[in-house]
Write a protein that binds this ligand. Sequence first.
Ligand code: BGC
Length: 740
Amino acid sequence: MSKVNDSGKEKQVSVKVEALLKKMSLEEKVGQLNQVGGAAFSPGPAAEDQIRKGGAGSVLWLNDTQKFNELQKIAIEESPSGIPLLFALDVIHGYRTIFPVPLAMAASWDPDVPEKSQAVAAKEARAAGLHWTFGPMLDICRDARWGRIVEGAGEDPYLGSAMAAAQVRGFQGDDVTDPERMLACAKHFAGYGYSEGGRDYDPVYLSESQLRNIVLPPFKAAVDAGVETFMSAYMDLNDVPATGNRFLLRKVLREEWGFDGFVVSDAFAVANMVIQGHAKDRREAALRGLKSGMNMDMSSYTYTENAAQLVADGVLTEAELDELVRPILTIKFKMGLFEKPYVDETLLEKVIALPEHRATSRWSAQRSMVLLRNEGGLLPLSKHVKKIAVIGPVADSMQATEGSWMVFGHTPTAVTVLQGIRTKLPNVEVTYASGPEIRRDIPSWFESLMAGQERKPEQTPAESEAAFQSALETAKAADQVIMVLGETDIMAGEAASRASLDLPGRQEELLKAVSALGKPVVLVLLNGRPLSINWAAENIPAILEAWEPGTEGGNAVADILFGDANPGGKLPVTFPRRGSHAPLYYARNTTHSPEGSPMYNPRYWDGLPVPLYPFGFGLSYTTFEFSNLKVSSEKIKVGESLTVTFDVTNTGKLAGDEVAQLYIHQKYGTDTRPMRELKGFERITLQPGEKKTVTFKLGKDELTYWSTNANAWIQDPASFDLWAGSDSQASLHAEFEVTA
Ligand code: BGC
């Protein structure tokens, strides 16, 4: 669409919005700012009555196509101004066809993976009648203990920004009237991934430098990609709740970035400001939210209770209220909801049956997996074995395979790893034993919300032992053992932080016992966060990080294990050796003595905080060589750009993917800068013997940072190191200088 048409359309929408605002009552305006909790979650007045009065702008926690139409009919036909509702839900990595969790998609280092996956998610969700997803989650996280690390793109702002933009493009496309796309929501604004100690919901303290250089870039990338909505975070950021945070919501988001969509709070977060101690009561919480530019109250009903009175009392003007309502109405007009408010109830069944959705999911999962170890080329395995034992508590778990953050009401239908292997090898005897169960020490309150996920009674010690022995017997009788270990779906995600990063339960004990049998053992990990698998990393020859790979996960694992796909994913996050080493990340500053020198040792005397696997790491069934690193000019002036090129050669015998990565280090300057920072990456496919030259630009965008000393964005004249290679410890080195 041309810009002229765009602005013509914008004008038409704006005329409609202003005309509607003029005829709306104060109560109706407040209603647009209210998001009503559907189904069992509604703590407030019954949804239907609210809607009938014009008291709701949106509904969430409902996943029922017919009900959407019923509620929409009430809004359109019975509410005073007949304004359509926006139906919203967390569609985080798929609606019916589930894709790898976002952390896994980031491990593809291929923005096409989240873009294509989220496009399918949007198409299915939209066919179900949903308009708006609460994703993507853009919280940079450097602390693997935090459960919600699974929902994001890992530790790095550059990779995170690429994944943020890709997800927004996937969900929204480039035209909000497209009936196969849905509104995206950049969340949680901002800093949630830095909760102290990795404890979910705990406060966050971040310097402006950390905020602007690390945490905010993915959100800015989402704005640049056209994201229509934002969600505020739960916690305090530097002692001010994110939900009432004018610095974030007004200064950064609106004034600096020019965002003109709307912001929804996280669930109950407006009222939470009372608990947080930022508001004396709910009235004051409403006032703080409204004044700071928080448009929509997610189900705390604080606005509906108080906003009209605040206007009547003269502490809030109607113009201020209009400013908050305007972008909500604008989106509804822009999407064409006034013309087409209902969903065709026969559509969903047709859409979810499309085989290409499952094919995309399988492709996505293959590209997301990371080969962590492959001693002696044990993988890929031969398809010509007699008997394979598949062992582990997540080997046949649909929940663990589809992973964390299921769509409300969704019943998992994943192909498990066991099923995937059986399908791949119809003529091989594939035996299975789960081994002892794994479960959380403290149950998750999410369990009670998830359909079909009622947990069995806890195993007694005797049952656990019997399961352990039976797993050993199963392994003993096989020629090849595939251990599938990790975490269940509720061990990562919201309210799922862990103090330890070890394999939970008796899994490592079982792994050791099976390994002692002397059979060839492959370890497949299904998990939502980095795990400190130190023993396995030394003793199990082949390890595949499969994450929580989605509906087609088991097929994708089998594709990789038996050589029908060659793994090419890379870690989007550092794997620490211990939970107590978190936060651990590659892009750190140093005081003295870099890693590797004896003076590094005082960091801890009981185990050095060096990564088990570094950021960017991942192997392939083939090998690659990096060479010929060149810069187009060794000296540039501030503001100018240079080009970096280097060659990647496939030196092995199979076709495969490598992710070419470029890191820089600014050696000195107004502020100190991280020892390494990712500034370019490209996933490429190379045939055996093939060589490709990759090219990256380094200029103002890449070399500018937020300086504490200057209290501004600056680009320093300085010298820079440059590294090119296959992970954050790449050694191919060059230098360049930026002069004033
Ligand atoms: C989560 C959000 C989510 C919201 C709605 C909250 O508990 O923090 O990420 O979008 O619930 O389900």
